[in-house]
Design a protein around this ligand. Structure first.
Ligand code: APR
Length: 229
């Protein structure tokens, strides 16, 4: 089976009602990223950070996968598909994709504030301030903040190295190390990009560009890939 690596960003979940990061005036749900998505923010004001991610989790649980998530799951009928997502939502899983690598964590789990390897399922939508991990440290959202390591990056790079076909959906590729993954895709491997606003890439010319929203462009591309070899 041919291997397809798909790198997704916030744009794929936009039509499920979850906001992207950089489409709206530099703010994320009304906050500066530095006030909510950094280790410093957590040290300074853990309650603000916890409340912020509890709200995001509530939105994620209320959201549904869209036609783009479902189409990528359907692609598994004919291909060995691995999704590498920068998103912290679980819409790829709920859309039926079986192999999903979360580069920036997943908001439906909690994480020890002492050891990031200790993660737990969350009962409901809220992590409470008095909840602790097995080491006795407070629990926080299982997401990678700015300034933190991205433990899954090597796994993701390996997947890109082995791909026979690469698809990028809904990411501005503004954030490293995720943005560098494109460089691991071997030369000569067909590369597609689906985005209503095609981002500037240093390998721009080697991409086949589908300038559409995810719910239009991804199902169309998947249909085409399912009928060709
Ligand atoms: N369909 C497809 N793409 C869309 C849609 C849509 N309906 N709407 C917007 N987009 C595109 C935008 O044109 C943009 O290129 O999605 C992209 C969103 O880019 P960003 O907001 O920068 O999101 P992303 O690339 O996922 O951000 C990466 O930054 O803040 C961090 O950790 C966070 O994972 C996140 C990372």
């Amino acid at each position: 089976m041919k291997k397809i690596a798909v790198l997704t960003g916030a744009g794929i979940s936009a039509e499920s009602g979850l906001k992207t990061f950089r489409d709206s005036d530099g703010l994320w749900e009304g906050y500066n990223i530095e006030d909510v998505a950094t280790p410093e923010a957590w040290r300074r004001n853990p309650k603000l950070v916890q409340d912020f991610y509890n709200e995001r989790r509530k939105n994620v649980l209320a959201a549904q996968p869209n036609a783009a998530h479902y189409a990528l799951a359907k692609l598994e009928e004919k291909y060995d598909v691995t999704i590498i997502t920068q998103n912290i939502d679980d819409l790829h899983e709920r859309g039926g994709s079986s192999k999903v690598v979360h580069l920036h964590g997943i908001i439906t789990r909690s994480q020890s504030s002492k050891n990031p390897k200790l993660t737990y399922p969350i009962n409901g939508w809220e992590i409470k301030m008095d909840e602790v991990c097995e080491l006795g440290s407070p629990l926080r959202a299982h997401v990678v903040w700015f300034g933190e390591e991205v433990p899954m990056i090597e796994t993701a790079a390996q997947i890109c190295t082995q791909a026979d076909l690469f698809i990028l959906v809904g990411s501005s590729l503004a954030v490293y190390p995720a943005a560098g993954l494109v460089n691991y895709v071997p030369r000569g491997v067909p590369k597609y990009i689906v985005d209503p606003k095609i981002p500037e890439l240093n390998q721009n010319s080697s991409f086949i560009k589908i300038q559409e929203k995810a719910t239009v462009g991804v199902p169309a591309l998947v249909s085409q890939l399912l009928i060709t070899d």
